[in-house]
Design a protein around this ligand. Structure first.
Ligand SMILES: Nc1ncnc2c1ncn2[C@@H]1O[C@H](COP(=O)(O)OP(=O)(O)OP(=O)(O)O)[C@@H](O)[C@H]1O
Length: 353
């Protein structure tokens, strides 16, 4: 493990009679995604709130970069830690840009630097600055609002991100897209992330390190591969569910098994392939085998039927089944088909299990 950047030692939190945390000892690795998961009420939110001092431990110590967080000025500490929550908490009378720039504004950044940063962040989260910067939160879809919440947490480029179910209120398909984006962004930015979720697939997908909690204590913490292979107790085994094969497909991303697209490959023709009508942006031409055995071409929307390099193999399987194809194209950030994932290869991996 990389050196711990946040460390919990004997941390207890009591709210009156309620013991929310009952002795947490945990090291959070730097520049990795640590996902905290566990039943409702087990103390997940309380735990991450002790890091930015929204909650003070009744006992024990939380350290950031080796130093007790109590010794930091609260404001100074929170500048280092972006925070995003489930219902986003965007301020309704501020525009998207003003919401994203809350912290830079507090820090007194000059106007041109703030403008530049807002554009950068909107680009990063995949929202067009021209279209979105001046919108108000009420004019955004749930998924867009969540993205803006994430952008706001990234505002002044803090090294630590505390995410409390940031994708909680989004429907499952959009949620997978947000996870793809998150993985893409994290591969670039390498933040230290503490991420809470209720969703096991999301946890397994995003986590470098996964912490399973129950009743205010940590039951097991390890890399998701190891947890799936060696659950340390009946509780963890039950929690991870019986379907470990599918969970393993959640762990692997399309780019891990994608093959470069071969020109003669019959299933797909790329964007510049055979075409009798101009393709619209975001469309590709796919070649389908009809029942008669002949091939027919059909255009498909890349956004739905192609996978991003960071899509999970589980997502690839569901798209392959929905389309009745034996391979799915993988598109890069510009929408260009760069590779394909073969159903046979996914099956092979599953068998190797
Ligand atoms: N401000 C508070 N005052 C009193 N009790 C609280 C307070 N905040 C949380 N609790 C209690 O502490 C326990 C842990 O709550 P916490 O929100 O940390 O759990 P959680 O795992 O994040 O829950 P969920 O998954 O439902 O969000 C729960 O029993 C909760 O009811």
């Amino acid at each position: 493990m990389r050196e711990a950047i946040i460390e919990f030692s004997g941390v207890e939190v009591k709210y009156g009679e309620v013991e929310a945390l009952r002795g947490i000892d945990l090291k959070i690795p730097g520049e990795k995604v640590t996902v905290i998961i566990g039943p409702s009420g087990c103390g997940k939110s309380t735990m991450i709130r002790t890091v930015n001092r929204m909650v003070e431990p009744t006992r024990g110590t939380v350290r950031y970069q080796g130093q007790d967080v109590k010794t930091f000025d609260k404001i100074e500490l929170r500048r280092q830690m972006g925070y995003a929550i489930q219902n986003v908490g965007l301020i309704p009378h501020l525009t998207v840009e003003e919401n994203i720039l809350l912290v830079p504004r507090l820090l007194g950044w000059p106007e041109d630097r703030k403008k530049k940063r807002a554009k950068e962040l909107l680009d990063l989260i995949g929202l067009d600055a021209g279209k979105y910067a001046n919108k108000y939160p009420s004019e955004l879809s749930g998924g867009e609002a969540q993205r803006v919440g994430v952008a706001r947490a990234l505002g002044a480029d803090p090294p630590v991100l505390l995410f409390d179910e940031p994708f909680g209120a989004v429907d499952p398909l959009k949620r997978e897209e947000l996870q793809d984006e998150f993985i893409r962004i994290q591969r670039r930015l390498r933040k230290t992330v503490l991420f809470i979720t209720h969703d096991l697939s999301e946890a397994i997908r995003l986590a470098d390190y996964m912490v399973i909690m129950k009743d205010g204590v940590v039951v097991q913490a390890d890399a998701p591969e190891r947890l799936l292979k060696e659950p340390g107790s009946d509780f963890v085994e039950q929690f991870l569910g019986t379907d470990r094969t599918l969970q393993r497909l959640t762990l692997l991303t399309a780019d891990r098994i994608a093959k470069p697209l071969r020109a003669e490959k019959e299933e797909f023709v790329g964007l510049s392939g055979v075409s009798w009508k101009p393709l619209e942006e975001g469309e590709i031409l796919a070649k389908f085998k009809k029942d008669s055995g002949e091939f027919a071409y059909r255009t498909v929307r890349v956004s739905i039927h192609a996978a991003r390099p960071y899509a999970s193999l589980k997502e690839c399987v569901s798209r392959l089944l929905a389309l009745g194809l034996s391979a799915i194209p993988v598109v890069d950030d510009s929408g260009k088909v760069v590779a394909e994932v073969l159903f046979d290869d996914i099956q092979r991996i599953t068998k190797e299990g």
